[in-house]
Design a protein around this ligand. Structure first.
Ligand SMILES: NC(=O)c1ccc[n+]([C@@H]2O[C@H](COP(=O)([O-])OP(=O)(O)OC[C@H]3O[C@@H](n4cnc5c(N)ncnc54)[C@H](O)[C@@H]3O)[C@@H](O)[C@H]2O)c1
Length: 368
């Protein structure tokens, strides 16, 4: 079968990750086009990654008949429109996390892709991260007995681009940006159980000068079988990315740190090029990571999506996954706003951004 031909929307941080990840799986897929609005960026990205076509408007790229699937690596507030336009053009969609900003957008994205008969694939790479996959395999084998608690934390010193800090574009802060991973992870790990309730404490502890958004969040998700997911999300952790999980059952437990153990304890008085995502320095003691994309699961995720397009695999992360995450994000912000647990179903309508449910608790109250 031929390789799946991919067009990337966006040309910066996550676009680089996707292009490199696709290149790591050359037997399944290739990037044939890139679109990015800032003059010269798509061209430069195409040259750097050896991509034949580049565009400044993604809608033009959607008219390229060669492109079968797009990967959306644009800011959150653009995910819905790009997905709907791509579906209308008959392209399969890989959408970066979070799926979108509002629940209405999530519905519209799912509907547009269903109507067009294209796949909507939700890019949650933690479902493919080798250490986390191993933990899930052991759990599914029964290694820990009945699991009662799954924790995931993602923490760093804050995002690299301004739009993440602007809640009009991002929809929320650290909870939206990083918590979406942990929510998806706990839900997936526990067998995609229904969510029963959500409790969250959210704050802006160190970045009031930079954002109206939250920079710290602790979220507790209760699932229908009684198991608990706990998600820690922080933009207040200097020293580089921290991503880890803990799993506890009646017969055992496991701990996995995504990056430590895949890093070299290193000391350098002069520094060097790159240690790990978001590390501000390479001088002194550092932990440069190797095979970074592979450890996160990005190439494996893209391979899975390409195989789904060819009908060889069934999506394990799709629009529905993204919508579940979005529902929990809404409930988490509402919980923080009201200072109480939110029980499901909780589906407030007409909320412009999830974070509004924290900032304006009256919106959350009206939806109870
Ligand atoms: N899975 C992960 O771990 C992960 C990591 C980083 C980012 N992301 C997600 O990927 C998305 C992009 O984040 P990023 O870090 O790459 O941001 P970024 O700021 O580095 O890049 C954003 C890109 O979007 C482009 N863009 C802006 N407006 C556009 C438009 N109208 N049409 C097409 N492109 C447009 C910008 O030009 C830029 O190239 C976000 O949704 C983010 O949450 C996911």
């Amino acid at each position: 079968m031929t390789k799946v031909k991919i067009g990337i929307v966006g040309s910066r941080f996550q676009a680089d990750c996707i292009a490199a990840s696709v290149k790591a799986m050359p037997e399944e897929m290739e990037v044939v086009a890139v679109a990015s609005p800032t003059k010269g960026n798509a061209e430069e990205f195409a040259r750097r990654h050896g991509i034949p076509s580049f565009y400044s408007d993604y809608r033009e790229m959607l008219r390229n008949p060669e492109v079968e699937m797009i990967s959306i690596t644009a800011p959150n507030n653009l995910h819905a429109q790009i997905t709907i336009d791509a579906a209308k053009a008959g392209k399969h969609v890989v959408c970066e996390k979070p799926l979108c900003v509002t629940l209405e957008e999530a519905d519209a994205m799912i509907e547009a892709c269903e109507k067009a008969g294209v796949l909507l694939l939700y890019a949650e790479e933690l479902f493919f991260a080798p250490k986390y996959v191993k933990a899930k395999q052991m759990a599914d084998e029964g290694a820990f007995g009945k699991i009662h608690l799954v924790k995931q934390g993602e923490k760093h010193s804050g995002p690299h681009s301004d739009w993440f800090w602007d809640v009009k574009k991002s929809g929320g802060g650290a909870l939206m940006d990083l918590g979406c991973h942990g929510i998806a992870f706990c839900w997936w790990f526990l067998g995609k159980q229904k969510v029963k309730s959500v409790y969250s404490h959210v704050g802006n502890l160190h970045h009031r000068d930079r954002t109206e958004g939250d920079d710290e969040a602790i979220t507790i998700i209760e699932f229908e079988n009684g198991a608990i997911g706990m998600v820690e999300s922080s933009w207040n952790r200097p020293g580089g990315m921290d991503d880890s999980i803990e799993v506890f059952g009646e017969k055992g437990q496991t701990y996995a740190d995504m990056l430590m153990g895949n890093a070299l304890p290193t000391y350098s008085e002069v520094g060097f090029g790159y240690a790990v995502e978001k590390a501000s320095s390479t001088k002194g003691w550092t932990y440069p990571v190797f095979e970074e994309h592979w450890n996160y699961g990005f190439p494996q995720e893209m391979r899975h999506f390409a195989r789904c397009v060819r009908g060889k695999e069934t999506p394990i992360s799709d629009g529905e996954t993204g919508r579940v995450v979005q529902e929990v994000l809404y409930a988490a912000y509402a919980s923080a706003g009201l200072g109480r647990k939110i029980t499901f179903p909780f589906r407030p309508k007409g909320i412009a951004r999830p974070i509004d449910l924290w900032k304006k608790p009256e919106l959350a109250k009206a939806a109870l």
